[in-house]
Design a protein around this ligand. Sequence first.
Ligand code: UGY
Ligand code: MN
Length: 248
Amino acid sequence: MELPALTRSVVKRNHAIIAPDGYINSNVPGWTGCTVNVIINEQMGARLCQTIVTLREGGQLEGRTEASQIFFYVVEGQVQVSAGGQDRSLAKGQFVYVPVGQEYRFQNPTESTQLLTFHKVYEPLAGHPAPTVVFGEKDDSKAPIYMNDDALRIQELLPNELSFDMAVNIFTYDMGGRLPMVETHIMEHGLLYLQGEAIYMLDQQWYPVKKGDSIWMAPYCQQWATTMGKEPSVYIYYKNVNRFPTSV
Ligand code: UGY
Ligand code: MN
């Protein structure tokens, strides 16, 4: 029997693992007929926000981005989306990026449609007009090998252009896949495991993780990962990019 006094979730100064067993729902104005779990936000010390939204039939998300841009990814199910004057039906594996100052609406979801969101305050860059709405999808044929290891593949979901100050990538580790070194870097991450099992090392501590788990890594949180189990492990992750690294 599992004891309810145990969890794999941890919240530390420079990293967190949030497993679904500890979720408590939040209410977000304009987001109705759904449960919202705020996984990462500035209360933790983060500079991004990550949520997981589970929609019931008839549920709806309606709003307007203000200072923050929002990236929405369909983890499960299907939903109709209007953003930037475009209407689309988005299914599992598809996404929409909504830049600042845009209205958005999600409606007519199938029961239990699950959305992942990443939010970041947009930092404009002189000479580069702010991004427009981007629709797209997970596509393994667009995931080149990472660092010469054919067990590792990364798909970049957003255009690699200076106007974007955030990246969202999908990282697949085939059997035996492992990061080629311990990463130590200024960029911050939020991530969600979409498939499989893995061991993650964060700040020299070791954690077993699996599909449904989220991770926050603060700047300079040391990180390494390898897949385990019987199928590739896959996660989608946020990274801040393309801006001057210091105010000094
Ligand atoms: O892009 C990255 O920094 C990525 N390789 N980090 C990670 O997956 N933890
Ligand atoms: Mn990294």
